[in-house]
Design a protein around this ligand. Structure first.
Ligand SMILES: [Zn+2]
Length: 255
């Protein structure tokens, strides 16, 4: 719910004017963004555009989680970092860029690998979680935490010339979860460092994660809940797959 106590000064009204003028968005939408707290898991190729758009759009609190440092091979696609960040922790490097975009964003940096317990307590009472990690182990852990805390999860992945994105709106009983889609014990890791990635592919998917986060926070439009979009960059085509909650899912179904 928008909070009437949040008032914007003239400078803020100008900064956000192109959003505020949107139908179904308005001052209320801006207030909702201001009150929102989004957790971004991974500030690499997907997390970079996601974090930058959310900071620029006026999300009140962003928590960045990543235990990696910036390497020169990251800079081809991880656009929140730059050449001066090489060797620095990704969360601190990202924080600097995000504050330059919008000094009013509150940014928490977590520079470590979190356990399930730590992740669960981190995401309780947050608006949503963006999964921008690059491996199944992390994705399954994030999914378990979001299921147990009933937190909406915006999940994306990209490799080579392909990507996919969906929303697990785990606030709702009928939402599928990541483990309804992938078997926790049966997936082999494939990542960009071994297989390559064309930079704008992660840019597109990460931007869409930011878009879905804004829609969830402001309750506008229809999110990707129970729909998986699959992107083929070479053919420039999108496919939509319907996702159903698996009633025998070991993670999200009651048994
Ligand atoms: Zn499930």
């Amino acid at each position: 719910m928008p909070n009437d106590d949040i008032n914007f000064n003239d400078e803020q009204l100008l900064h956000y004017s192109r959003q505020i003028m949107l139908p179904h968005f308005g001052i209320e939408g801006q207030q909702q963004l201001q009150q929102a707290h989004v957790v971004i898991m991974g500030v690499g190729g997907l997390g970079s555009p996601a974090a930058m758009y959310l900071a620029a759009a006026g999300v009140g609190i962003l928590t960045l989680v990543d235990f990696d440092t910036v390497d020169s091979s990251n800079l081809q696609r991880q656009i929140v970092h730059n050449t001066s960040s090489i060797g620095e922790s990704k969360v601190e490097s990202a924080k600097r860029t995000l504050l330059a975009l919008n000094p009013e964003t509150n940014i928490n940096c977590i520079n470590k690998k979190l356990t399930l317990d730590e992740l669960e307590s981190l995401i309780t009472d947050t608006s949503c979680v963006i999964d921008a990690t690059d491996n199944f182990t992390a994705r399954f852990l994030i999914n378990r935490a979001c299921v147990s805390q009933r937190t909406a999860l915006i999940s994306a992945a990209a490799i080579q010339f392909e990507g996919q994105i969906t929303v697990f709106d785990l606030r709702q009983e009928n939402s599928a979860c990541y483990a309804c889609l992938y078997n926790e014990s049966g997936e082999e890791n494939t990542n960009c460092s071994d297989n390559g990635i064309l930079a704008p592919v992660v840019g597109i998917l990460g931007s869409m994660q930011a878009l879905e986060a804004i829609k969830l926070i402001c309750t506008i439009g229809e999110t990707l809940k129970n729909r998986l979009l699959i992107f083929d960059a070479l053919a420039l085509q999108w496919r939509t797959m319907k996702l159903n909650k698996d009633t025998k899912c070991p993670v999200c179904s009651k048994h």
